[in-house]
Write a protein of this length. Structure first.
Length: 95
């Protein structure tokens, strides 16, 4: 598991990670109210809102993982290539 923390400023959706032809999984939990989504060129899918207590999962093969926040904040998430068996259980991310 690879845990990342990035500073995100408010405004439009900000890109956290990009992948092409590599299936990856991203887990998020906080901050509450932040929106996460997958963007593929001009299309968006799987948009979710974080509640600060439940892990949210995004799986993508091609595109960008993006986040939208209302105030400047650090966001912590895990980002990993999927092996032959995708993770069903959320990872132990320290928040």
């Amino acid at each position: 598991m690879s845990v990342h923390t990035k500073r995100v400023d408010p405004g439009d959706f900000r890109t956290l990670e990009t992948t092409i032809n590599l299936k990856c999984i991203a887990w998020f939990k906080a901050p509450a109210g932040a929106k996460i989504k997958i963007s593929k060129w001009l299309f968006s899918e799987d948009e979710q809102t974080l509640d600060g207590s439940t892990f949210k999962k995004l799986i993508l093969t091609f595109g960008k993982v993006q986040v939208l926040v209302s105030a400047s904040t650090d966001i912590t998430y895990s980002w990993d290539p999927l092996s032959s068996a995708p993770s069903i259980v959320s990872p132990p991310i320290p928040f």
